[in-house]
Each structure stands twice: as structure tokens, then as C-alpha cells.
Design a protein around this ligand. Structure first.
Ligand SMILES: Nc1ncnc2c1ncn2[C@@H]1O[C@H](COP(=O)(O)OP(=O)(O)O)[C@@H](O)[C@H]1O
Ligand SMILES: [Mg+2]
Length: 223
């Protein structure tokens, strides 16, 4: 089964002569155990595609399947539950809570769901990402790259089956990009996660099992 499946997705914004077609007849699939990369320039539709994949936005046309379940057939509440239990989002806006220390960003997840990483696995991830020493900081005390790594750890903490990452290496130096790329690949290959990363960062290509190119809302498989 595909973890994620898009069938003939269109997404337009606005009306009449002001209509913007962000996604144009998109077909896409992502499987557990694979890191799938969608590469495209700014404005090509990457964030729109990723948020539709995760059920945060609805398409204008077409169908979205998550773990074989059609999202359009669910109520908002069911969709929310599925999202909470199955998907780890690493959004461009990082979605960290500004008034909580880093450690409490994770404690917040504990309150929402019983399902999260055991302490040893969590520690392994914070070590790999180099954020173990940042747990007492507030988000506004972190650099862009540190914020990005905390946001990634936060998305991984509930141990979701599907991970959706939006430009999650944009603020990182080359060394860190390799660490994050390797981590995403490891999570896919050894933890059987379905990972979709949208990016304009060519440095991630070496870690991908599949690559698509998104240009002006048109998606083409590269390999
Ligand atoms: N909420 C929105 N309202 C109007 N236009 C939007 C909206 N979201 C995205 N767009 C437009 O859709 C296109 C794709 O945007 P986006 O998905 O953010 O691209 P990317 O993430 O690749 O930079 C752009 O032309 C953008 O201006
Ligand atoms: Mg974007």
C-alpha cells in the first residue's frame, strides 16, 4: 500500500482573471521505507503540495489518500485525528511555541498523545541533531539552523509513520545538511517511515530513493 497517494490533483487560488494555478494535474505516491524528494524553485507549488498531502489544505480537484484512506471522505475531526497520529510536519514556519523552552515543546506532545519516542530513542535523535544542549532555551534564543533542527526533532518525537518536511534544510550549513539528509534516510530505511521532503536544496538529492521535479505546478518523476 502507498502511504500517500495523490490522484489528479489541481489547486487554484483566486478567481477569474486573477486565478493562480498552484498545482496542475498532479499524480504522486510515497511508500513506507523510502525518502522521496520533491525539488522545485520558489513559487513552484511545493508548500501547497505538502500541505495537501498532509490534509492541511484541500485540493480544488482530485483525491488524496493517506494510508489507503481517502481524506475527502473523512470529517474534519477524523482528518485531524489521522493527522495527529500519523503525520509529523516540519513546516517552513517551524511551528514552535514561542513561550515554551525547547524541552517543553516536547512535553506538549506528551499531553496530546501517548504515542512518542522512548527516552533513549529521543536522546539519540537530539544527539544526532546536536540540540541536546539547547533544551533549556526559548525559541527566540536559537539561530535559524538550531530552530530548524529543533523543529525536526519535534516532528519526529511522536514517532509518526509519515514525515512531511518543507524546506527543512534551508537554514543549515553544509555539514548539518548532510546530518539531516542522513537522518531522514535512516528513518526511512531502518524505521520504515514514509518521508516526503520538498526543497530547492540540491544537496539532499544523494539521500533520496525517489526524486520528483516540480516546476510551475507540474510534477515530473526524475527517478
Ligand atoms: N493562500 C494562497 N493564496 C493565493 N495564492 C497562493 C496561496 N498559497 C500559494 N499561492 C500561490 O501558489 C503558488 C505556489 O506557492 P507555494 O506552494 O507556496 O510555492 P513554493 O512552496 O514552491 O514556494 C505561488 O504562485 C503562490 O503565490
Ligand atoms: Mg514553500
Amino acid at each position: 500500500m502507498n502511504s500517500l497517494l495523490l490522484k489528479d490533483i489541481n489547486k487554484t487560488f483566486g478567481q477569474g482573471s486573477a486565478t493562480v494555478t498552484a498545482l496542475n494535474h498532479i499524480n504522486f505516491k510515497a511508500k513506507a521505507g523510502e525518502l522521496t524528494l520533491i525539488i522545485g524553485p520558489s513559487g513552484s507549488g511545493k508548500s501547497t503540495l505538502l500541505t495537501i498531502l498532509g490534509g492541511l489544505q484541500t485540493p480544488t480537484q482530485g483525491q488524496v489518500f493517506l494510508q489507503g484512506q481517502s481524506l475527502t471522505e473523512l470529517t474534519n475531526k477524523q482528518r485531524e485525528k489521522l493527522r495527529l497520529e500519523q503525520i509529523g510536519f516540519v513546516l517552513q514556519a517551524y511551528n514552535l511555541v514561542p513561550y515554551l523552552r525547547v524541552r517543553d515543546q516536547f512535553a506538549l506532545v506528551d499531553q496530546l498523545t501517548q504515542h512518542h519516542l522512548a527516552p533513549a530513542a529521543f536522546q539519540q535523535i537530539t544527539n544526532k541533531l546536536g540540540i541536546s544542549d539547547l533544551l533549556n532555551q526559548f525559541p527566540n534564543e536559537l539561530s535559524g539552523g538550531q530552530t530548524q533542527r529543533v523543529a525536526l526533532a519535534r516532528a519526529l518525537y511522536p514517532d509518526p509513520a509519515i514525515i512531511l518536511a518543507d524546506e527543512s534544510t534551508a537554514a543549515l550549513d553544509s555539514q548539518r545538511v548532510l546530518v539531516v539528509g542522513q537522518l531522514l534516510q535512516d528513518l526511512a530505511h531502518s524505521e520504515n517511515k514514509a518521508i516526503v521532503a520538498v526543497t530547492h536544496d540540491e544537496r539532499l538529492k544523494q539521500f533520496a530513493d525517489h526524486i520528483y521535479e516540480l516546476i510551475d505546478g507540474h510534477l515530473t518523476p526524475v527517478y
